[in-house]
Design a protein around this ligand. Structure first.
Ligand code: FES
Length: 130
């Protein structure tokens, strides 16, 4: 039912945890099941690229796999905030070779939490400028 990639990320999730002194914190909740995901990011202020990312997910296996995958799609890639904003939930599910249709709603958290973390960073930055 699950792809090998989903199983791999579920059993060996990458980048689990929480960054201390994170520049951005994003939380996304799934209204379908109540599961919650939190993503923390470290941003290089000069280049506005994401330097580090970690996740914590209180959710099902598919939610853990999608969170792990979204961190892999960002970490070490020097993505700008703009590029990271373009990562969609669908792209994350596709990178995992898909999810069973009944579990597609679980992929809604990953990119949403990432986008929320970026928005949190931008909001804090605007606050500092004014
Ligand atoms: Fe809640 Fe999958 S069942 S995220």
């Amino acid at each position: 039912m699950y792809s090998e990639k989903v199983m791999d990320h579920f059993y060996h999730p990458r980048n689990v945890g929480e960054i201390e002194d994170a520049d951005g914190v994003g939380v996304a909740g799934n209204p379908v099941c109540g599961d919650v995901m939190k993503i923390t990011i470290k941003v290089d202020r000069e280049s506005e690229t994401i330097k580090d990312i970690k996740f914590k997910t209180f959710g099902c296996g598919a939610a853990i796999a999608t969170s792990s995958m979204v961190t892999e799609m960002v970490k070490g890639k020097d993505l700008t905030l703009e590029e990271a904003m373009k990562i969609t939930n669908k792209m994350v599910a596709e990178a995992l070779d898909g999810l069973p249709p009944i579990k597609m709603h679980c992929s809604n958290l990953a990119a949403d939490a990432l986008h929320a973390a970026i928005e949190d960073y931008l909001k804090k930055k605007r606050g500092q400028e004014t």
